[in-house]
Design a binder for this molecule. Sequence first.
Ligand code: NAD
Length: 257
Amino acid sequence: MSNRFLNKVVIVTGSGTGIGAATARRLAQEGGAVVLADRDEPSARTVCSEIVAAGGKALAFQVDIREPRQVEALFVFSRKEFGPAHVLINNAGLGAQKHFLDTPLETLRTMLDVNVVGTFLCAQAAARDMVKLGGGRIVNFASHSGLLGSSGRAAYAASKGGIIAMTRVMAIDLAQHSITVNAIAPGAIDVPRNRVQHTEERRNAWHRAIPLARYGEPQEVAAVALFLASDEASYLTGQTISVDGGFTAAGLRVKNL
Ligand SMILES: NC(=O)c1ccc[n+]([C@@H]2O[C@H](COP(=O)([O-])OP(=O)(O)OC[C@H]3O[C@@H](n4cnc5c(N)ncnc54)[C@H](O)[C@@H]3O)[C@@H](O)[C@H]2O)c1
């Protein structure tokens, strides 16, 4: 394992489970000092203890990314304990699935609040520290739902499309400070939540639709997040990278034609 993140402070939101937890583990394995930020504190603490037991450097912090004061407290905590963050993995997010006609306004507001406002607040706080550091890396989390049409995802897609658009603008505004901003658009990833929520029928439908014919592993998304967060990705900014087994590339592919 390399030491790409030695002497780097990294904040990973939503790191109590799923892709965020996998990314936090990999960052710590590669030398990073990781702040695990999650609304679900016990989960963040569990992942944190695993990292520390394995010899890594990590601390857990409870935050609801929708709340400006809590986000500010997260960055104060990071500065005090490890120093200002060189990298933000802006991963925390929430999904919703409801036919457009049945989508309550409240669901749209919640999606925009967690996914767009939360991403905005964490990125802005991180970027203010990164300006003083003379550079940094921000990795936002979008979704294939922000790139392609689908059914029942009006609220979620609006929020993830918003993150993709915001990523481009952040990248342009922050380029003068040597801060790069990119987004990852995961496809169907085999996180614990999906293992519970996706029926066998739904899983099989995904397998048929994905050219690589399987769900992605959280570690496979983490690997791309680490690259975008590393020094190696120095000339890459404003992009959204799909990590989806070829799902968005497949377009109008019809099997057996
Ligand atoms: N897993 C997938 O198939 C998939 C597909 C497309 C996009 N994504 C996106 O990737 C990211 C990670 O996905 P995942 O499947 O690992 O998510 P997950 O649901 O497994 O975990 C999300 C984590 O974020 C935390 N969180 C939620 N709201 C929060 C808030 N307001 N403040 C702080 N923490 C909060 C949760 O407590 C949880 O620990 C999300 O942004 C998600 O939308 C995932």
